[in-house]
Each structure stands twice: as structure tokens, then as C-alpha cells.
Design a protein around this ligand. Sequence first.
Ligand SMILES: *Cc1c(COP(=O)(O)O)cnc(C)c1O
Length: 344
Amino acid sequence: MKDPLKYIRKNILELNPYSTARDEFTGSGIDVWIDANESPYQNGANRYPDPHQKLLKEKVSAIFGLPREYIFIGGAGSDEAIDVIYRVFCTPGVDNVIAISPSYGVYQVAADINDIKIKDVLLNDDFSLPVDRILSEADANTKLMWICSPNNPTGNAFPKEQIISLCNSFDGMVVVDEAYADFSSVESMLNEVGKIPNLIVLRTFSKAWGMAGLRAGMAYASPEVIGYFDRVKYPYNMSSVVQEELMHRLESRPDEKVNEIIAQRRRIEEELKDAPCVINIFPSDANFLLLRVSDADRLYDFLVANGVLVRNRTRMPLCGDTLRITVGTPEENTRTISLIKEFK
Ligand SMILES: *Cc1c(COP(=O)(O)O)cnc(C)c1O
């Protein structure tokens, strides 16, 4: 059995984390709170938030089916988890990580900020996972790998067996970023958390849950690993206002909207596959489609000129002449479809 603690930086293992008076006092009966230099005047935000997000984690636990010790919550979305993961496992200027390419841009930016080298491994031409090439990149300083599934921007999800085999063969942490899992028919890795010791799964409330503006994302891993994430994060990394807002909004699941988005994704695919400028639409397990077109830059400019902004991915590896289109409302999709159909 792998011990995930062996991949953690020495200074982090030895870290004395920040502790509040309210952490140190565990009794009851207090009704005068003059321990934290807050304003005593109630205005809905005068008190520091719960640094452990206890109530929120209970709610998240009930939704995702993992106990709260398996949950880290980032108050700057799962992007915060990405940065915390680098800081917990990777020594700047020394360690490196593996990432698939093309994939989500924040892995690279957060690596650059932390002075960590990324070894990019090109996906196969059909965007499938090159398991052997990934494993052959690992060296003694490779602490972790990023596997985004469903992958942004290609849209495809990788088979669970392949990800499990990466976890078993790789001597380091495997982070599976499941930002788009709610839209996918491929089984999530979430039920493997805690069973596979070197697995971390990322989820977010920004996409299917419709709360990108609140900035809330999760990392799931075994309790030992989560314990170090909690020590490294800023103590008050999620405001009390956002914690309360989330508690309220998490009362209902977004299933209906997710189904509608999947239905619209199928509709766009169907209606655009024979459009003159469309060469190929890649199969998607996400809330977006990657389209290969005859001239991505020109189509991009044409859409912009008509008030529609899409993501031009033409300069990413393996993505020549592609645009990434997020599924919008039915009306927005109608407009985008007719513009793309009329483009010559
Ligand atoms: C959008 C996205 C995220 C970011 O999620 P936040 O929780 O909003 O920070 C993470 N990973 C991937 C692959 C994404 O596309």
C-alpha cells in the first residue's frame, strides 16, 4: 500500500499551522467573544467565518457521499485546490509534475508561480490517454500528475480502468480533475477516494451547479492528505457570506439544468455536423463542444462581429483550427448554430 505522506514536502510535514483562540478553546458557555479583535457590532459580517467550514462540509458530505474528513473546500474555487496541491507536494525549483496536453491552463500557471516544472505529455491523436508514455515521463522528483477528465478543452472523459492503472503504477499522487463530471456518462473516480491512497479528485460548483461567481471547489482525498491541505490553506479562505449562501443553494440539485444542457449539447452536435465550415465535432462528456472547422480564426472573428464570444483553441497542441463552444440557453444556441451554418 502506498503511503501518500511520503510525497509531502518536509517543511509541510513539519509545519506548525495557524491556530485561532476558537480552535484552542473547545468548551462551551461563552457568550462574550472578545478573542479575535473583531468589531462587536453585528452587521452580518463582523465575525470571522468558520475556518473549518464545518456546516458546509457536512452538507457537501451528504451530497457527495464522503465523510467530511475527506473534503477540502477552496474559497477561490478548485483553482485554489490546484495551488494548495503544488504547495503541499512540490518543492520549488526541485520537483516536477506530469500533465496531459492539451488540458486546463491553470495547471501550468500555478506550476510557474510555484517554480515547478511541468512535463507535458501529448494525448494520442484521438485525444485518448497515452498511459505508457505518461508513466515513462516519471523520474525521482515527479511528485504528481494532472488528469483532467472529462478533459478541457477536448471534452472527452477517460475510462476509469485507465486512471486506476495510472494510480497503481505511478509512484506519486494522481489528481483527477472532474470539473465536468456532472455532464459525463463515464463513472466518476469519487468512490475510489480513500481506497486508492495516492488519488485526489477535484470537483467544483462552478459548472453544473451554476455558481462560478461564488468561487467554491473541492478536493477529495484520504483524511491524512486533506489534513495537510487544511494546514496549508489560508485560515479564512472562504467568507461567511459565501458559506451561508452555499448552504442555502445546495438545498436543491441542478439535475434538470444538467439534463437540459446535455440535450442541447446533442442538438448542437446534430445541427452543426453538416454545416459547410465544420470538419469534425469531437465527442463530448462536458458542457462544451470542441469543433474543428475550416478556418478557426476567421470563424472566431465572424462570431465576435455578431456578438458571440467563443474560445479559440486553434493554437493549442493537437487543436489546430478548433473552437470551444460552451452550451448556452436554447435561444443562444439557436443563434450560434445559425451563424456557424451561414459562415463561408
Ligand atoms: C473551470 C475549471 C476548473 C475551475 O473551477 P473553479 O472551481 O471555478 O476554480 C477546474 N478545472 C477545470 C478543468 C476547469 O475547466
